[in-house]
Design a protein around this ligand. Structure first.
Ligand code: GBH
Length: 515
């Protein structure tokens, strides 16, 4: 009863933004170079951080080897080398230029700019130089940069004692206290000061839900015991992050107004379709979208500077309270609505909480959906259209929506296999078609679409085996003992990038602005 094939057609508005996206820890590598400090992902992957600024071995065992977190699904994979972009960045910009790319979203690594997350003093000049040169090279290639300030690589020093606890910081009485806020503001101020003359689009955070909720103990860094009380810690972290977002926007608007840029945040949501038309299933799926996307969108776009009323009703005082001043600051603290969207699943009412987002919804995989390589990824482009309409209904047609990520994972053991990615091409064809219909038929204010990702990269706890790239990376892997390419140890300086079919298809789209 659900469509699996679409007419691929449509023309996009003249000013529509087509781009590609990446994130620092997933592509840069060079983890001990350029004065970079340790991040929570170095710790989580078990990278050898002995001697690095802010490494947590300074109060831990002080000896290598460190061990990957038990939730690393591909233990041994790290971002130590990743795509070696820190060395191959010029060639990477040349690649982007060769495909006619006009918009590129990437993130800045906080521990490259402030290796120990300092809240005063000068930024690391080598870190500044890397991004400054990259931005210049992009602009020279006629590519507009979109910069994410935080894509999950918190300086490790900001998680460690004494009294830091990263986004999870709270007072004795349990109230979130924004302990890392001065360090965060010092960092974003440095980014605006040094890059804001050339960067005109900023996102504060990538997927607050993922790096607070899942990172409280469900598989993203840090997922440590101290912050794994799922009745308490996600809400503490989320609260601190919303306040940090609003403070960064306030700073940007007050001090960097003359730069003439815009700033927002990127949240994530996959669509949830009720498994049956039982009203309880319908309510549960609606609630699940509200409790994930709404958690971080309602305070900003909902007009009251506060959480969704349904969340407050269910959680009561477990959900922290904003002061009136905080509410005023959070309300309207974004110039655009950034949305990462990948796939669709079914949902039903689940009376025992404990489901993925604590919304009393159980997620199901629909057998009618095409499945990606990632366990959670199912394609149903109509779900994307429904989600876009959900956002538009809820937060109005005025706020411009940018799809800051969308993509498809496929496994591949060779370049030949990797570049024949017809299924990814079909994903993009179906999803951009449905996005086009949301724009032209439903009047949803979508302004741009960034494909995830420019190239295969370090896919977090999945290491290198899950490939989301539109360009294939050989990673110059040494084969493992079964003769298969290993999940581990990409080699520096020798990675070959080869564009996939999907990359060529997307190029045709952004060159013609038409499907
Ligand atoms: C994005 O997250 C990230 O921004 C990007 O860095 C990443 O490379 C890309 O997706 C591909 O994964 O297994 O039920 O716990 C996408 C949102 C949220 C999707 C967490 C996977 C895990 C669901 N992700 N989710 S579950």
């Amino acid at each position: 009863e659900w469509p699996t094939e679409y007419r691929v057609e449509g023309r996009f508005p003249d000013d529509f933004v087509w781009g590609m996206a990446t994130a620092a820890y997933q592509i840069e590598g060079a983890y001990r170079e350029g004065g970079r400090g340790a991040s929570i992902w170095d710790t989580f992957t078990g990278a050898n951080t002995v001697g690095m600024p802010g490494a947590n071995c300074s109060y831990c065992c002080k000896k290598a080897p460190c061990t990957p977190h038990e939730l690393m699904a591909a233990p041994g994979a790290t971002g130590n080398v990743a795509c070696d972009h820190y060395h191959q960045w010029k060639a990477d910009v040349a690649l982007m230029k060769s495909m006619g790319l006009k918009h590129y979203r990437f993130s800045i690594s906080w521990p490259r700019i402030f290796p120990t997350g300092a809240s005063s003093g000068e930024p690391n000049p080598e870190g500044l130089a890397f991004y400054s040169d990259l931005i210049d090279e992009l602009l020279a290639a006629d590519i507009t940069p979109f910069v994410t300030l935080y894509h999950w690589d918190l300086p490790q020093a900001l998680l460690d004692p004494p009294r830091k606890n990263g986004w999870w910081s709270r007072d004795e009485d349990g109230k979130p206290n924004g302990e890392v806020l001065p360090a965060w503001l010092h960092y974003v101020d440095a980014c605006f000061s040094h890059f804001g003359d050339r960067v005109k689009t900023w996102a504060t955070f990538n997927e607050a839900w993922t790096f607070t909720y899942l990172a409280s103990g469900l598989g993203k860094a840090p997922s440590i015991a101290e912050f794994s009380d799922m009745d308490r810690d996600p809400w503490i972290a989320g609260h601190n992050v919303l306040n940090a977002h609003a403070a960064a926007v306030q700073l940007y608007r007050a001090k960097f107004y003359a730069q003439g840029g815009k700033i927002g945040i990127t949240n994530n949501q996959d669509w949830r379709e009720p498994k049956t038309d039982d009203p309880e299933d319908v309510a549960a799926t609606e609630r699940s979208v509200e409790f994930q996307l709404g958690w971080f969108s309602e305070p900003i776009f909902g007009g009251r500077g506060d959480y969704p009323p349904a969340m407050r009703q269910l959680y009561g005082d477990r959900l922290p309270q904003f002061t009136d001043e905080e509410k005023r600051r959070i309300n309207n603290s974004a110039d655009f609505f950034g949305l990462n969207h990948y796939g669709t699943g079914l949902g039903s009412f689940e009376p025992q909480a404990g489901s993925n987002d604590m919304s009393y919804m159980k997620a199901w995989q629909g057998p009618m959906f095409v499945k990606g390589q990632s366990g959670w990824l199912y394609s149903a482009a109509w779900g994307f259209r429904k989600l876009l309409n959900w956002v538009s209904r809820r937060y109005g047609k005025d706020v411009p929506i940018y799809i800051t990520e969308g993509g498809w994972s496929m496994s591949a053991d060779s370049t030949a296999e990797g570049i024949s990615d017809r299924q990814r091409l079909e994903y993009y064809a179906n999803y951009t078609s449905e996005m086009g219909r949301a724009i032209s038929e439903d009047g949803v204010n979508v302004k741009g679409y960034y494909a995830w990702s420019l190239m295969d990269n370090f896919e977090w706890e999945q290491g290198f085996r899950e490939r989301f790239g539109t360009t294939y990376n050989d990673f110059a892997h040494k084969p493992d003992r079964h003769g298969r390419p290993s999940d581990k140890v990409p080699t520096e300086g020798r990675q070959v990038r080869t564009r996939k079919m999907s990359s060529c298809w997307l190029e045709a789209v952004w060159r013609s602005n038409e499907l």
